[in-house]
Design a protein around this ligand. Structure first.
Ligand code: AP5
Ligand code: MG
Length: 223
């Protein structure tokens, strides 16, 4: 870990709830480092590192990657200098064991989870969102065939890179992800509710409206 750590925001939501979409906007607006464990795993898979080889099977089956591997990767990421300005976590923690390790790691540096916004979306909507999602190769900017198409089909508006569909967005894997992961998410939501830092936001609204609600939840008076 870095010598100190700034504000820590944990963005919670089911697969497809809009974590990545909102995390990219919020981290820029608030000057926080965007730390997404899914993106870190996908980079490792692409680069064929030993971490990527380990993670790939779990990701393809829609399962969580084992805690030991995930936590080590996360702690290495938090040790980078940009964490000092504060972090916005997207996709971590995914279970209470990860939440407890995070609390301890932050406490060791005098930090804590300041606020945990939860983007709530019904399960039927999640399936439609993931089925129509395209993301860019360069930076993972997310698009959707119906709700957020790119200006030029197949090309990222932001950086001009090619758009592709994640292998874990195939219907059978989407079902597996929801089946395997929603129970653990509920427990993480309860964990942060008990700590008094949970802020639920209606994720069924349009992207801009959800951003506005999240910014309100993240206003300094709210943690
Ligand atoms: P990860 O990459 O974190 O995937 P996920 O949690 O399943 O979430 P997604 O990235 O699919 O969805 P999102 O919430 O980011 O939604 P998005 O903004 O893209 O993890 C992948 C895998 O890695 C896991 O399955 C696991 O194997 C492993 N892993 C990762 N972290 C781990 C951990 N901590 N422990 C263990 N294993 C881990 O939006 C989705 C779509 O909806 C887009 O098309 C978007 O344009 C659209 N959309 C967004 N908002 C709206 C809106 N308001 N209205 C309409 N459409 C919208
Ligand atoms: Mg994401």
């Amino acid at each position: 870990m870095t010598a100190s750590i700034g504000r820590v925001v944990v963005l919670l939501g089911a697969p497809g709830a809009g974590k990545g979409t909102q995390a990219q906007i919020l981290s820029e607006k608030l000057g926080l480092a965007h730390v997404a464990t899914g993106d870190l795993f996908r980079a490792a898979v692409r680069d064929e590192t030993s971490l990527g080889v380990t993670a790939k099977g779990y990701m393809d089956r829609g399962e969580l990657v084992p805690d030991a591997v995930t936590i080590e990767m996360l702690l290495e990421r938090l040790a980078k200098p940009d964490a000092e300005k504060g972090i916005l976590l997207d996709g971590f923690p995914r279970n209470t064991a990860q939440a407890e390790v995070l609390d301890k790691a932050l406490a060791d540096k005098g930090g804590r989870v300041d606020v945990a916004p939860y983007i709530e979306v019904p399960e039927a909507d999640l399936v439609a969102r993931l089925g129509g999602r395209w993301i860019c190769r360069a930076a993972g900017h997310p698009y959707h065939e119906q709700t957020k198409p790119s200006i030029t089909p197949g090309i990222c508006d932001v950086d001009g890179s090619e758009l592709y569909q994640r292998t874990d967005d195939q219907p059978a894997t989407v079902q597996a992800r929801l089946r395997q992961q929603l129970g653990a998410l509920d427990l993480v939501v309860d964990f942060y509710r008990t700590k008094g830092v949970l802020k639920a936001v209606d994720g069924r609204r349009g992207i801009d409206l959800v951003t506005g609600d999240l910014l309100a939840a993240l206003a300094p008076a709210n943690g």
